[in-house]
Design a protein around this ligand. Sequence first.
Ligand code: SF4
Length: 351
Amino acid sequence: MSASTFNTMRHDWSLAQVRALFTQPFNDLLFQAQTVHRAHFNANRVQVSTLLSIKTGACPEDCKYCPQSGHYNTGLAKEKLMQVQAVLDEAARAKAIGATRFCMGAAWKHPSAKDMPYVLKMVEGVKALGLETCMTLGKLDQAQTAALADAGLDYYNHNLDTSPEFYTSIITTRTYSERLQTLSYVRDAGMKICSGGILGMGESLDDRANLLIQLANLPEHPESVPINMLVKVAGTPMENAEDIDPFDFIRMLAVARIMMPQSHVRLSAGREAMNEQMQALAFFAGANSIFYGDKLLTTANPQADKDMLLFSRLGILPEAHEDHADEVHQAAIEHALMDQKSSEQFYNAAV
Ligand code: SF4
């Protein structure tokens, strides 16, 4: 692989090229991904976000994997839009445990005019705490996108979920082109994009490749690319989906890293089902972002201290705020890690 391979930002991937990445020997793929990763990032830093569900359940969309869809009976307790102050309290708590980005998710088809003023106040308040802000609210129109950007929203999450070809097997209430349109509005408004997909829904290797092609061939790569492992929730049409080979999941992370060298590739939903060895392999493949905290929307997420302990054992530190060197914040995180290093469970990977 030439030096230029490590630094090229490509937007013209073909299916044959991406298939070739996926199907090469596992060690060759991981070596290539790790080499690309090191050309663009500190390989021992992982960005940490916290995710809060600000409005839960009763979503009119029919995403077959989602416990929040009103189309399926999953026993999920529905909640109205949270009060602004309650959201800000959660954001302060997330900051205290080391998160640098606070993501707020609402189970909506799109935000309503009635809810927008509250949503904007949440963005302003979380921003004022010194956290990066991210929201996922469904489809946006241009005016809503502009208002969110004006309020200080840094990232908008809107996943493509899967390939265009497989998409209608998973969702029928919103089109792929509507999703791409929302991403285009977000980009035009100057915000950063968080967009990725889910593995384990019965998709083929070509579907995985075509999802990554959709993301990497956008005019600009999404800054954040969450790769989720399906969480099989009872009551959803996906509750009995077949497990995927864990190595295929790692391959997806590695190929995403190679195709979008400067994006944060996020190890996202489904992480709780992964053992520590698999998570370590995911970081080696180029994943450099995680969610932590108590919950990942409505599914359980490993506890923050467990994550910090794994970071310690791997010699990984949480990444500081992207836009400015928040030395005080970083020092607090490193101090917390040093405390854990002194615990008897600590295994010093550097020795
Ligand atoms: S994934 Fe999002 S849009 Fe789809 S049903 Fe769940 S909350 Fe609604």
